[in-house]
Ligand binder design. Sequence first.
Ligand SMILES: Cc1cc2nc3c(=O)[nH]c(=O)nc-3n(C[C@H](O)[C@H](O)[C@H](O)COP(=O)(O)OP(=O)(O)OC[C@H]3O[C@@H](n4cnc5c(N)ncnc54)[C@H](O)[C@@H]3O)c2cc1C
Length: 340
Amino acid sequence: MMNVYAFRNSDQVVEESASGGAFSAIVESFFELSNSEKKVYGCCFDDNLDVKHIGVESKEEIKIFRTSKYVESDIKGVYQKVLEDLKANKYVLFSGAPCQVAGLKSYLRVKNVKDVKLYTIDIICHGTPSRKYWNDYKEWLERVNNDKLVGFSFRYSKAKWKLYPCMARYKSGKIKVNTQDTRMFTRLFFSHLTIRESCFKCKYSNMNRVGDITIGDFWGIDTIMPEFIKQRHIDSKSGVSLVIENTEKGNQLIEIIKNKSGENIQICLSNEFIKYQHNLNSPTQKPKNYDCFISDYENYGFDFITRKYGEYTLLGRVIFDIKKILHEYGIIEKIKKITK
Ligand SMILES: Cc1cc2nc3c(=O)[nH]c(=O)nc-3n(C[C@H](O)[C@H](O)[C@H](O)COP(=O)(O)OP(=O)(O)OC[C@H]3O[C@@H](n4cnc5c(N)ncnc54)[C@H](O)[C@@H]3O)c2cc1C
């Protein structure tokens, strides 16, 4: 392992990103590498809100990759496109889950293609739900709201309740933030019930990273680098990236960031950050009720699991709304502090 950094981009980029906006800064650096043609691959929503990997050619277009989509992205045909780009002598930056980066590298090895001009970013990942859940969820949301879903955010920065806030936008113009139905997908995701079974045996959940740079949330920054957030007058939950430089290529890109925006990036001299990142130590654990959940889902469908596992019942909705108000007014945080 080489160096580890805390990074925070401009407020505007952070607002559009999942974490501290490190991804956008790395892309900026990538475009400064040389005058050769370039291609950046990442994960985005298409017009139907399907989650897929695509490639773009200019840095203006990379905005579509910003923010996390907690769904396994469709990567069909993408490795082949990267291969064609490399053969055409283009510089390529590929970003994705570690298994996707590893898949690309082994594909290129099998095809005997040199990857000198390939740069890779892997995200710290605690597993992804399959697209089937996502499709079923979208259908369920549309049914429950009797409206067409036209936009969704898994980390909506304008919400009052900051912990993984969700936003759903509908064709009628209606916008719902952090309501129980809007949070249902992430609720099931964070209980690890919708994560693909293979993720529980993930071979990339450790410090042996596959990408040139690894990015994630800088959990624990309050204790590890308190001066970083104090100097910027920010809340630790408002977005600071953890950036791990794994290779010489990673170093090349990070040096450009340091030269351009020195004050946004600060080296982390402690290894403490590993303690806060479960998936830099081991894969996510399979929940005890996972098999039961899968069988309920297969036998009775999505509506059933929202009631049984997501408490989408009358009583569940009332309790949710009360908790939401307590969160939004910071009352839960205050109670936690007092009882510590
Ligand atoms: C499924 C998933 C699980 C995650 N788990 C953790 C975790 O346990 N700990 C942690 O610290 N961070 C985790 N992250 C990463 C974190 O949420 C941010 O995505 C990351 O820190 C980048 O933030 P940013 O502000 O630098 O960039 P942003 O501008 O938000 O960039 C987003 C980057 O993530 C990629 N991306 C988005 N969705 C997907 C997807 N579905 N599949 C592959 N790539 C995607 C984009 O291509 C882009 O490179 C997870 C992300 C995902 C998608």
